[in-house]
Design a protein around this ligand. Structure first.
Ligand SMILES: *Cc1c(COP(=O)(O)O)cnc(C)c1O
Length: 473
């Protein structure tokens, strides 16, 4: 077990040691990643660090003490609300990230519903199956039951199914713009109508799209309406630290009106530490993240975001054309933005084995289940690797086609099992074990199929038994 060094070390040595630890990390600077990092370029990053550094120590816990931070928050919220076509009544808070911006509306609408009902009830929310996992986390944290509405063939939520699920316990509806897995925008207009008919709040999770879709629209691209122009929409979340290209730790949750947001505020008037009021989840709120969000929006401006949106969408079309041109691969659905997934339409091509081959070529690949696919999220820097990605993908598909056994090897076998195992409780148990290992004092890294041959054998055996069972009928 590591202990605190008895003697402090010199800064140069510490920084050198820290740099070395990064040697194994995924290579986002060379645009080898398709999630996790929204890196515009080195110049912008250096600028963000300066902006962050200016307010490194400041704390938005007390906006009266740091009026600078309150100003950043108000400006960022107003600019975002304006982009999303909110009117003068629109209000919001800066949060630490998309997850907080999804947690808060569940709390807010649960308490709004409680305030309006005389009898105790078990709150429920209705969300598409494709909704971001932060919403099921919110449901768990705040004691709300989440009911998943099925998707239609086009991966957008089935409105008829949502309608059937609404009952007296329903506190809110949610839709995505776009969804993380398939990059499609739910039919927000129809959800809005349902919400109005049943007097329910409707939140649009635009964590991904909030800082991209408005600029695609300004550039003349066809984007279905998803924002406050739809009368039933009562709140929207949009991440500045994704396509807003701010520093991590900055997202927004915007409400149509204070009459909703007031239920988000927490006030405790009898605390011995003083009367306490807090607008969002955190206590201490990092000034640096507020400052960098404000700085990013001012540095890019409408023209900068529009140029980026153009670049991003050009890369996206090029990638999609390239992928669709590969025999046996197909884009899932008709994505509305720069986030999408593709899958195999050829039994001879295991898509997870293709993913392994791509990783062997130095790409960091994200995998989807139900249906199985590989995931892509485009940033401007991908312009320099688009051709390489497509040629590596072509080669990977060829290799997997001619080596069907690869499907039962490496990570493909493991992901295949995880996606298909009917006993979901078993998966949960295994993942819990993995989490305990990672968060034990040893900090064990999780199983990697390619580095644990015994595990692969175990999984291969499992797949074999499953196959023979299937063929026996
Ligand atoms: C990223 C994302 C979230 C969660 O945001 P974090 O910043 O990762 O906490 C929520 N919803 C959608 C659609 C997202 O893409």
């Amino acid at each position: 077990m590591k202990t605190l060094p008895s003697q402090g070390k010199n800064h140069t040595d510490i920084l050198e040691e820290m740099r070395q630890y990064g040697g194994q990390d995924v290579n986002y600077r060379q645009a080898r990643t398709w999630s996790l990092v929204y890196h515009l370029d080195e110049e912008h990053t250096e600028f963000l660090k300066q902006a962050y550094g200016l307010y490194f120590s400041e704390n938005a816990l007390n906006p009266m003490a740091f009026q600078s931070l309150k100003r950043f928050e108000t400006d960022v919220i107003n600019m975002t609300a304006h982009l999303l076509h909110g009117d003068e009544q629109a209000v919001g808070t800066l949060t630490s990230g998309g997850t907080e911006s999804c947690l808060l509306p569940v709390l807010t609408y649960r308490d709004l519903a409680k305030a309006n009902r005389r009898f105790p009830f078990k709150p429920e929310m209705i969300a598409p199956e494709s909704i971001h996992v932060a919403w099921s986390k919110a449901a768990k944290y705040f004691g709300v039951k989440i009911r998943y509405a099925p998707l239609k063939q086009d991966f957008r939520v089935d409105i008829a199914a949502v309608k059937k699920m609404i009952n007296r316990r329903t506190i809110m509806l949610v839709g995505s713009a776009p969804s993380y897995p398939h990059g499609v925008i739910d039919p927000i207009g129809e959800l809005g109508l349902l919400a109005q008919q049943h007097k329910l709040p409707l939140h649009v999770d635009a964590c991904l799209g909030g800082f991209l879709l408005p600029f695609i629209e300004m550039n003349g691209g066809g984007v279905p309406l998803f924002d406050f122009r739809i009368p039933g929409v009562t709140s929207i979340s949009a991440d500045v630290h994704k396509y807003g290209f701010a520093a991590k730790g900055a997202s927004t949750v915007i409400y149509r009106d204070m009459k909703y947001m007031k239920h988000q505020f927490f006030i405790h008037e009898d605390w011995p530490g003083g009367v306490f009021a807090s607008p969002a989840l955190l206590g201490t709120r990092p000034g640096g993240a507020f400052a960098a969000a404000w700085a990013a929006m001012h540095a890019l401006g409408e023209n900068g975001y529009r140029e980026n949106a153009q670049k991003i969408m050009d890369i996206t079309s090029k990638l999609q054309r390239g992928i669709n041109a590969i025999d046996g691969l197909q884009i899932l659905g008709h994505p509305d933005m720069s986030v999408f997934a593709y899958h195999s339409i050829d039994d001879g091509i295991n898509i997870f084995a293709v993913g392994d081959q791509m990783e062997a070529r130095g790409w960091q690949i994200d995998r989807l289940q139900r249906p199985e696919g590989l995931h892509v999220m485009v940033v401007p820097e991908h312009a320099k690797i688009t051709d390489e990605y497509i040629s590596d993908l072509t080669a990977s598909v060829e290799l997997v086609k001619s080596n069907p056994k690869l499907a039962a090897k490496g990570n493909a076998a493991m992901y295949g099992m995880i996606a298909n195992l009917p006993f979901r409780g078993m998966i949960k148990k295994e993942v819990m074990k993995m989490m305990k290992g990672m968060y034990s004092s040893q900090g064990q890294m999780p199983m990697d199929g390619s580095k644990n041959p015994w595990l692969v054998e175990k999984v291969a055996g499992f797949m074999q038994r499953r196959k023979s069972k299937k063929s026996q009928g």
